[in-house]
Write a protein that binds this ligand. Structure first.
Ligand SMILES: [Zn+2]
Length: 170
């Protein structure tokens, strides 16, 4: 999913796009754009693509009737991509796409509306979650809540936000 633009949308560009499409906001979706720096593309030129996670899957969020509310949600998704790719040389920004164009791309999904198969890092059990990066099943989370003093929670593994058990905690 390539864009001809190579400059990420600034907040005021987004304001302008929303104003231009004010009559059909219900047909628009938010997505996150990622700018690949020129030293990481085969063409040697910077490129803008739709950011995907997990794998090739591109999360999208309906703009809906109130773009202020959905924009706050899209900003969270943007923050997730920024936090997960720190130090990689990528830049991220918000994009807007008409639902008619979404159909051109095979791998999109509505952020938060799809359940993924996940494997619990504590017990090895398979469970379903709307967060593809979830790494603890409900049973292990509940067990940790029952014994709060034995566990110490730290966030962030290599590329996903995650709650992990720390050994030797007081
Ligand atoms: Zn578990």
């Amino acid at each position: 999913m390539f864009n001809r633009r190579v400059t990420l949308n600034r907040p005021k560009d987004i304001d302008k796009l929303l104003a231009e499409h004010a009559q059909h906001l219900d047909k628009l979706l938010w997505y996150v754009e990622v700018k690949w720096p020129c030293n990481r593309t085969t063409s040697g030129r910077a490129q803008l693509l739709a950011a995907s996670h997990p794998g090739k899957w591109i999360p999208m969020i309906w703009v809906g009737a109130d773009p202020t509310v959905s924009r706050a949600y899209a900003e969270l998704l943007l923050a997730f991509f920024k936090a997960s790719n720190q130090g990689q040389g990528f830049e991220f920004g918000l994009g807007l796409i008409d639902v008619g164009k979404v159909a051109d791309y095979s791998a999109t999904y509505e952020w938060g509306a799809v359940e993924w198969d996940c494997v619990c890092k504590l017990c090895g059990g398979v469970f379903r979650s709307t967060n593809s990066g979830a790494c603890r099943c409900a049973g292990c989370i509940q067990a940790a809540r029952r014994e709060p003093r034995r566990k110490n929670y730290v966030s962030q593994t290599e590329n996903r936000v995650c709650l992990v058990e720390s050994s030797g905690a007081a």
